[in-house]
Design a protein around this ligand. Structure first.
Ligand code: MG
Length: 262
């Protein structure tokens, strides 16, 4: 009888821990980019739509700015050897993504974002100087407002540029604003006015106390770009809030009921 009571108590504790265990969000890296469904292309409008239809918590995308100050959704600075930052938007009018879409402007992309169902994880890429970076942040905020998306529940910001992170901190109080580079400890980031980190998983493997240090400071923790099953499980074990991945369906399967939905 006594043994039975012990077992029942242990089971209750396990059930309680499971119910208290925080859920983990999944974000598709550059959209839903390795998804095998038709119409795939990274940073495409179609890929964002796919993430929304699959009720992924987040869909990450990248922006650059052309020399005539049009903000476009694209990962690399160059398109077929042509630098986006030193050429006009018209120079890319014939360019097509793998799925046939033309190079999306931020406005075109946010028109799909308005349909909702997935947080927009908005990566602002480093620009040629501080003035261009500041202008890009200011115009991005205006675009989000035009589309009804200037809402901390609908958008979070990430950037490798410390200057961009600080500009966002000044203009977007209350929004999640994560630094990407991985070269600053959580306390240092927070002291700079930024409230979250989004580091490559190898950074957390080298600094296994950083997730807890960030959480102790009420900062959010995202991890990029983790695709291998053992690494995914290690990051879940470290307690990250969000996993950005090229393999969203694999992470979803590993998380099961622990997946945080939008
Ligand atoms: Mg990115």
């Amino acid at each position: 009888m006594r043994e039975y009571i012990h077992l029942a108590a242990a089971a209750a504790v396990v059930a309680l821990l499971a119910s208290c265990s925080p859920k983990v969000a999944v974000t598709a890296h550059r959209g839903y980019w390795n998804c095998e469904e038709a119409g795939y292309a990274e940073n495409s409008i179609k890929s964002l739509e796919l993430a929304q239809k699959n009720h992924l918590w987040g869909s990450e995308f990248d922006v650059h700015m052309t020399s005539d100050l049009v903000i476009v959704v694209h990962h690399d600075r160059d398109i077929k050897g042509v630098n986006i930052q030193t050429h006009d938007y018209a120079d890319f009018k014939d360019y097509r993504l793998k799925n046939g879409e033309k190079l999306p402007t931020l406005d075109e992309y946010l028109t799909q974002g308005e349909k909702g169902g997935t947080v927009l994880v908005f990566e602002l890429k480093s620009q040629i100087d501080k003035a261009h970076e500041d202008y890009m942040v200011d115009q991005s905020v205006e675009a989000l407002k035009r589309h009804g998306l200037f809402d901390p529940k609908k958008v979070i910001f990430i950037s490798f540029s410390w200057n961009i992170c600080q500009r966002i901190a000044a203009l977007c109080p209350g929004f999640t604003n994560q630094y990407l580079s991985g070269n600053k400890a959580p306390g240092e980031v927070l002291d700079g006015g930024v409230n979250g980190i989004d580091y490559h998983y190898s950074v957390f493997q080298k600094n296994p106390t950083w997730v807890k240090e960030a959480h102790d400071r009420k900062m959010s923790v995202n991890v990029w770009t983790v695709d291998n099953e053992d690494d995914i499980k290690e990051m879940i074990g470290q307690g990250v809030d969000c996993i950005t991945t090229n393999e969203p369906l694999k992470v979803r399967k590993i998380l099961g009921g622990k997946e945080k939905k939008y």
